[in-house]
Design a protein. Structure first.
Length: 116
């Protein structure tokens, strides 16, 4: 099982980034997929979630209206479009794939830094 994030980097406030998470080794379409982030000195928090059917998405209040989670089950890839970035969005962003209790997979994370 592999989850590999990409697309992070340094961006100015108000800018945009698109994160990708390429998955392999499991049945992507049947898993709930999420993006989490962890800023220095803070606990990891859920940013956005997509159900296995892809029909339902949930967002943290802090990113609603700015971030969009999407999935391409044909390409086994999860995305996070981030617009209107703020300095407080600075964190390591990780993707997560979960099905039940025993199958819970994590990527290595990608750094997003929002600074002028």
């Amino acid at each position: 099982v592999q989850l590999v994030e990409s697309g992070g980097g340094l961006v100015q406030p108000g800018g945009s980034l698109r994160l990708s998470c390429a998955a392999s080794g499991f049945t992507f379409s049947s898993f709930e997929l999420s993006w989490y982030r962890q800023a220095p000195g803070k606990e990891r928090e859920l940013v956005a979630r997509s159900t296995s059917a892809g029909g339902t998405t949930n967002y943290a209040d802090s990113v609603k209206g700015r971030f969009t989670i999407s999935r391409d089950n044909a390409k086994n890839t999860l995305y996070l479009q981030m617009n209107g970035l703020k300095p407080e969005d600075t964190a390591v962003y990780s993707c997560n794939a979960r099905r039940g209790i025993l199958r819970n997979y994590w990527g290595q994370g990608t750094q997003v830094t929002v600074s002028s």
